[in-house]
Design a protein around this ligand. Structure first.
Ligand SMILES: [Cu+2]
Length: 332
Protein backbone atom coordinates (compact mmCIF):
# COMPACT_ATOMS: atom_id res chain seq x y z
CA UNK A 1 0.00 0.00 0.00
CA UNK A 2 1.52 3.35 -1.01
CA UNK A 3 2.38 5.57 1.90
CA UNK A 4 2.65 8.99 0.30
CA UNK A 5 2.73 12.45 1.71
CA UNK A 6 -0.64 12.59 3.39
CA UNK A 7 -0.96 16.04 4.96
CA UNK A 8 -3.18 17.26 2.13
CA UNK A 9 -5.50 14.29 2.48
CA UNK A 10 -6.02 15.24 6.09
CA UNK A 11 -6.46 18.88 5.14
CA UNK A 12 -4.57 19.45 8.35
CA UNK A 13 -2.93 22.71 7.36
CA UNK A 14 -5.54 24.69 5.52
CA UNK A 15 -5.25 28.45 5.15
CA UNK A 16 -8.04 28.70 7.71
CA UNK A 17 -5.99 26.83 10.26
CA UNK A 18 -2.96 28.99 9.63
CA UNK A 19 -5.20 31.98 10.23
CA UNK A 20 -6.49 30.42 13.41
CA UNK A 21 -2.94 29.94 14.56
CA UNK A 22 -2.28 33.58 13.84
CA UNK A 23 0.60 32.62 11.61
CA UNK A 24 -0.51 34.36 8.45
CA UNK A 25 -0.77 37.54 10.46
CA UNK A 26 2.55 36.91 12.14
CA UNK A 27 4.50 37.35 8.93
CA UNK A 28 5.94 35.25 6.18
CA UNK A 29 8.90 34.02 8.17
CA UNK A 30 6.82 32.12 10.72
CA UNK A 31 4.74 30.52 8.01
CA UNK A 32 7.87 29.58 6.13
CA UNK A 33 9.39 28.04 9.21
CA UNK A 34 6.32 26.01 9.95
CA UNK A 35 6.08 24.84 6.36
CA UNK A 36 9.76 23.98 6.45
CA UNK A 37 9.19 21.97 9.57
CA UNK A 38 6.17 20.20 8.11
CA UNK A 39 7.86 19.58 4.80
CA UNK A 40 10.89 18.03 6.41
CA UNK A 41 8.55 15.76 8.31
CA UNK A 42 6.48 14.98 5.23
CA UNK A 43 9.55 13.69 3.42
CA UNK A 44 9.95 11.18 6.15
CA UNK A 45 6.26 10.22 5.86
CA UNK A 46 5.34 11.29 9.33
CA UNK A 47 1.69 12.15 9.52
CA UNK A 48 0.53 15.04 11.67
CA UNK A 49 -3.10 14.92 12.81
CA UNK A 50 -5.34 17.94 12.20
CA UNK A 51 -5.19 20.66 14.83
CA UNK A 52 -8.14 22.05 16.79
CA UNK A 53 -9.82 24.87 14.95
CA UNK A 54 -10.47 27.09 17.98
CA UNK A 55 -6.89 27.99 18.75
CA UNK A 56 -6.51 31.52 20.12
CA UNK A 57 -4.33 33.86 18.13
CA UNK A 58 -2.28 35.32 20.98
CA UNK A 59 1.45 34.92 20.50
CA UNK A 60 1.79 32.70 23.55
CA UNK A 61 0.04 29.71 22.12
CA UNK A 62 0.97 26.21 23.28
CA UNK A 63 -0.18 24.60 20.03
CA UNK A 64 2.12 26.92 18.11
CA UNK A 65 5.06 26.16 20.40
CA UNK A 66 4.45 22.40 20.20
CA UNK A 67 5.68 21.56 16.68
CA UNK A 68 7.29 24.81 15.53
CA UNK A 69 11.05 24.78 14.98
CA UNK A 70 13.00 27.89 14.02
CA UNK A 71 15.93 26.91 11.79
CA UNK A 72 17.05 30.54 11.40
CA UNK A 73 18.35 32.15 8.22
CA UNK A 74 21.26 30.50 6.45
CA UNK A 75 24.09 32.79 5.36
CA UNK A 76 27.45 32.07 3.74
CA UNK A 77 30.37 34.08 5.09
CA UNK A 78 34.00 33.39 4.15
CA UNK A 79 33.05 29.93 2.95
CA UNK A 80 31.33 29.07 6.20
CA UNK A 81 27.65 28.43 6.80
CA UNK A 82 26.12 30.69 9.46
CA UNK A 83 22.72 30.05 10.97
CA UNK A 84 21.39 33.44 12.05
CA UNK A 85 18.53 34.07 14.47
CA UNK A 86 16.96 37.38 15.51
CA UNK A 87 15.53 37.53 19.00
CA UNK A 88 13.88 40.56 20.61
CA UNK A 89 12.95 40.82 24.29
CA UNK A 90 9.57 42.49 24.82
CA UNK A 91 6.87 42.76 27.47
CA UNK A 92 3.44 41.30 26.82
CA UNK A 93 0.26 40.52 28.72
CA UNK A 94 -1.15 37.02 28.40
CA UNK A 95 -4.30 35.34 29.68
CA UNK A 96 -3.17 32.51 31.95
CA UNK A 97 -6.80 31.55 32.51
CA UNK A 98 -10.20 33.24 32.42
CA UNK A 99 -9.42 35.12 35.65
CA UNK A 100 -5.72 35.97 35.46
CA UNK A 101 -3.92 38.25 33.04
CA UNK A 102 -0.19 38.27 33.67
CA UNK A 103 2.60 40.54 32.49
CA UNK A 104 5.26 38.33 30.95
CA UNK A 105 8.76 39.09 29.67
CA UNK A 106 9.26 37.38 26.34
CA UNK A 107 11.67 36.41 23.61
CA UNK A 108 9.96 37.29 20.30
CA UNK A 109 6.63 37.94 21.99
CA UNK A 110 5.97 34.42 23.21
CA UNK A 111 6.42 32.20 26.29
CA UNK A 112 8.41 29.97 25.93
CA UNK A 113 10.66 31.69 23.39
CA UNK A 114 10.97 30.09 19.94
CA UNK A 115 12.55 26.65 19.73
CA UNK A 116 15.80 27.28 17.88
CA UNK A 117 17.25 24.40 15.91
CA UNK A 118 20.64 23.75 14.38
CA UNK A 119 22.85 20.86 13.39
CA UNK A 120 25.93 20.03 15.39
CA UNK A 121 28.90 22.04 14.09
CA UNK A 122 26.79 24.83 12.55
CA UNK A 123 27.99 28.31 13.32
CA UNK A 124 25.12 29.95 15.19
CA UNK A 125 24.64 33.70 15.41
CA UNK A 126 22.01 35.21 17.66
CA UNK A 127 21.25 38.90 17.17
CA UNK A 128 19.60 39.87 20.43
CA UNK A 129 17.77 43.15 20.81
CA UNK A 130 16.37 44.24 24.14
CA UNK A 131 13.12 46.20 24.05
CA UNK A 132 11.93 44.90 27.39
CA UNK A 133 12.48 47.91 29.63
CA UNK A 134 14.70 45.99 32.08
CA UNK A 135 18.19 44.65 31.38
CA UNK A 136 18.12 41.14 29.93
CA UNK A 137 20.45 38.64 28.24
CA UNK A 138 20.50 35.27 26.51
CA UNK A 139 22.56 32.59 28.19
CA UNK A 140 22.83 29.37 26.18
CA UNK A 141 23.65 25.94 27.53
CA UNK A 142 26.30 24.25 25.40
CA UNK A 143 30.03 24.59 24.78
CA UNK A 144 31.13 28.11 23.82
CA UNK A 145 33.57 30.93 24.67
CA UNK A 146 32.99 33.16 27.72
CA UNK A 147 32.31 36.12 25.44
CA UNK A 148 29.13 34.39 24.20
CA UNK A 149 27.99 33.05 27.56
CA UNK A 150 25.25 35.65 27.86
CA UNK A 151 25.63 36.66 31.48
CA UNK A 152 26.33 40.35 30.83
CA UNK A 153 23.32 42.67 30.98
CA UNK A 154 22.05 44.08 27.72
CA UNK A 155 20.35 47.30 28.73
CA UNK A 156 17.02 48.41 27.35
CA UNK A 157 17.23 49.58 23.72
CA UNK A 158 20.61 47.91 23.11
CA UNK A 159 21.59 45.06 20.81
CA UNK A 160 24.24 42.39 21.17
CA UNK A 161 25.41 39.40 19.14
CA UNK A 162 26.15 35.94 20.53
CA UNK A 163 28.04 33.61 18.24
CA UNK A 164 29.21 30.05 18.79
CA UNK A 165 29.53 26.62 17.18
CA UNK A 166 26.50 24.47 17.92
CA UNK A 167 27.91 21.75 20.19
CA UNK A 168 27.38 19.23 21.58
CA UNK A 169 24.29 17.75 19.96
CA UNK A 170 21.36 17.32 22.30
CA UNK A 171 18.51 19.21 23.90
CA UNK A 172 19.99 22.50 25.03
CA UNK A 173 18.23 25.59 26.33
CA UNK A 174 18.56 29.33 26.67
CA UNK A 175 17.37 31.78 29.27
CA UNK A 176 17.95 35.24 30.62
CA UNK A 177 20.77 35.36 33.18
CA UNK A 178 20.13 38.71 34.85
CA UNK A 179 19.56 38.75 38.60
CA UNK A 180 17.27 37.79 40.11
CA UNK A 181 17.39 34.96 37.58
CA UNK A 182 14.42 33.28 39.27
CA UNK A 183 12.28 36.27 38.36
CA UNK A 184 13.60 36.73 34.81
CA UNK A 185 12.99 33.05 34.01
CA UNK A 186 9.63 32.71 35.73
CA UNK A 187 8.43 35.86 33.94
CA UNK A 188 8.96 33.96 30.68
CA UNK A 189 12.52 34.42 29.40
CA UNK A 190 13.46 30.87 28.45
CA UNK A 191 13.36 28.58 25.44
CA UNK A 192 14.86 25.47 23.88
CA UNK A 193 17.80 25.02 21.52
CA UNK A 194 17.81 21.67 19.76
CA UNK A 195 21.15 20.65 18.29
CA UNK A 196 20.65 17.74 15.91
CA UNK A 197 23.26 14.97 15.60
CA UNK A 198 25.28 14.58 12.35
CA UNK A 199 22.87 11.90 11.09
CA UNK A 200 19.21 12.81 11.64
CA UNK A 201 17.25 10.78 14.15
CA UNK A 202 14.63 8.40 12.70
CA UNK A 203 11.35 9.93 11.46
CA UNK A 204 8.92 10.80 14.25
CA UNK A 205 6.18 13.23 15.19
CA UNK A 206 8.47 15.66 17.00
CA UNK A 207 7.23 18.02 19.66
CA UNK A 208 8.41 20.29 22.44
CA UNK A 209 7.01 20.39 25.97
CA UNK A 210 8.48 22.90 28.42
CA UNK A 211 7.27 22.88 32.01
CA UNK A 212 7.34 26.19 33.89
CA UNK A 213 5.80 27.94 36.87
CA UNK A 214 4.25 31.36 37.43
CA UNK A 215 4.80 33.31 40.65
CA UNK A 216 1.71 35.48 40.39
CA UNK A 217 1.97 37.36 43.71
CA UNK A 218 5.75 37.74 44.03
CA UNK A 219 6.15 35.46 47.08
CA UNK A 220 8.89 33.32 45.48
CA UNK A 221 6.47 30.42 45.14
CA UNK A 222 4.60 29.27 42.07
CA UNK A 223 0.85 29.65 42.09
CA UNK A 224 0.38 28.27 38.58
CA UNK A 225 2.25 25.81 36.38
CA UNK A 226 2.07 25.20 32.65
CA UNK A 227 3.23 23.21 29.66
CA UNK A 228 4.33 25.58 26.88
CA UNK A 229 3.14 28.77 28.56
CA UNK A 230 -0.56 28.41 29.34
CA UNK A 231 -1.89 26.47 32.38
CA UNK A 232 -4.24 23.57 31.60
CA UNK A 233 -4.16 24.35 27.89
CA UNK A 234 -3.66 20.79 26.68
CA UNK A 235 -6.52 19.57 28.85
CA UNK A 236 -9.00 21.52 26.76
CA UNK A 237 -6.93 21.11 23.58
CA UNK A 238 -5.49 17.59 23.64
CA UNK A 239 -2.43 16.94 21.52
CA UNK A 240 -3.59 14.66 18.76
CA UNK A 241 -1.16 11.93 17.81
CA UNK A 242 -1.55 8.85 15.66
CA UNK A 243 -1.75 5.36 17.03
CA UNK A 244 1.47 3.35 16.57
CA UNK A 245 3.41 6.35 15.23
CA UNK A 246 6.64 7.26 16.98
CA UNK A 247 6.47 10.46 19.04
CA UNK A 248 9.71 12.22 19.90
CA UNK A 249 9.25 14.53 22.83
CA UNK A 250 11.81 17.20 23.65
CA UNK A 251 10.97 17.88 27.29
CA UNK A 252 12.50 20.59 29.52
CA UNK A 253 11.89 21.57 33.11
CA UNK A 254 12.10 25.37 33.55
CA UNK A 255 10.23 25.52 36.86
CA UNK A 256 11.87 27.98 39.27
CA UNK A 257 11.39 27.93 43.08
CA UNK A 258 10.66 24.15 43.18
CA UNK A 259 13.74 21.93 43.25
CA UNK A 260 12.57 19.32 40.76
CA UNK A 261 9.69 18.12 38.67
CA UNK A 262 8.81 14.74 37.30
CA UNK A 263 7.20 13.93 33.97
CA UNK A 264 4.77 11.06 33.81
CA UNK A 265 2.94 9.54 30.86
CA UNK A 266 -0.26 7.53 31.33
CA UNK A 267 -0.80 3.98 30.11
CA UNK A 268 2.56 3.79 28.40
CA UNK A 269 6.34 3.76 28.78
CA UNK A 270 8.94 5.93 27.06
CA UNK A 271 12.54 5.47 25.98
CA UNK A 272 14.92 7.97 27.61
CA UNK A 273 17.77 9.77 25.80
CA UNK A 274 19.36 11.77 28.64
CA UNK A 275 19.85 15.43 27.68
CA UNK A 276 19.25 14.24 24.11
CA UNK A 277 22.98 13.47 24.00
CA UNK A 278 22.77 9.80 23.06
CA UNK A 279 21.60 8.12 19.88
CA UNK A 280 20.40 5.08 21.75
CA UNK A 281 18.06 5.15 24.74
CA UNK A 282 19.54 4.38 28.14
CA UNK A 283 16.37 2.99 29.71
CA UNK A 284 12.61 2.81 29.62
CA UNK A 285 10.24 4.14 32.27
CA UNK A 286 6.96 5.99 32.73
CA UNK A 287 8.15 8.71 35.11
CA UNK A 288 11.36 10.71 35.06
CA UNK A 289 12.72 13.28 37.52
CA UNK A 290 14.24 16.51 36.28
CA UNK A 291 15.91 19.30 38.24
CA UNK A 292 15.50 22.86 36.97
CA UNK A 293 17.00 23.20 33.45
CA UNK A 294 17.23 19.43 33.04
CA UNK A 295 15.88 18.08 29.76
CA UNK A 296 15.64 14.88 27.77
CA UNK A 297 14.34 13.26 24.63
CA UNK A 298 11.55 10.81 25.37
CA UNK A 299 10.23 8.47 22.66
CA UNK A 300 7.06 6.43 22.65
CA UNK A 301 4.08 5.39 20.59
CA UNK A 302 0.58 4.48 21.74
CA UNK A 303 -0.83 1.03 21.08
CA UNK A 304 -4.46 1.88 21.78
CA UNK A 305 -6.61 4.85 20.73
CA UNK A 306 -8.06 7.14 23.38
CA UNK A 307 -7.18 10.01 25.66
CA UNK A 308 -4.16 9.78 27.95
CA UNK A 309 -2.90 12.28 30.52
CA UNK A 310 0.66 13.53 30.90
CA UNK A 311 1.78 15.56 33.92
CA UNK A 312 4.39 15.88 36.66
CA UNK A 313 3.74 13.28 39.35
CA UNK A 314 4.10 15.96 41.97
CA UNK A 315 0.37 16.18 41.67
CA UNK A 316 0.30 19.63 43.23
CA UNK A 317 1.94 20.92 40.00
CA UNK A 318 -0.59 19.06 37.90
CA UNK A 319 -3.50 20.36 39.97
CA UNK A 320 -2.22 23.91 39.44
CA UNK A 321 -2.03 23.77 35.67
CA UNK A 322 0.81 21.48 34.53
CA UNK A 323 -1.42 18.88 32.98
CA UNK A 324 -2.35 17.81 29.49
CA UNK A 325 -3.78 15.06 27.33
CA UNK A 326 -2.68 13.14 24.30
CA UNK A 327 -5.54 12.06 22.10
CA UNK A 328 -4.48 8.98 20.21
CA UNK A 329 -6.38 8.53 16.98
CA UNK A 330 -6.38 5.74 14.44
CA UNK A 331 -4.50 6.40 11.22
CA UNK A 332 -7.39 5.27 9.06
CU1 LIG B 1 16.04 39.16 32.00
Amino acid sequence: MPNRFVLSRDKSWSRRQFLKLGLLGAGASSVGLLWLSLNSQSKSRVKIPPIDSDIPSQETNPMKVLRNFDYGTIKQENGRKIREFRITATNETIELNSAISFNVWTYNGQVPGPTLRAKVGDRVRIIFQNQGGHSHSMHFHGTHPATSDGVRPVTNGKETVYEFDAEPYGVQLYHCHIEPVTRHISKGLYGMLIIDPPQPRPPADEMVLIMAGYDINGDDKNELYAFNGIPEYYIDHPIRIYQNQLVRLYVLNMIEFDVAATFHLHANFFQVYPTGMTLKPTHETDVITMGTAERHILEFSYKYPGKYMFHPHQDIFAEHGCMGNFEVIERG
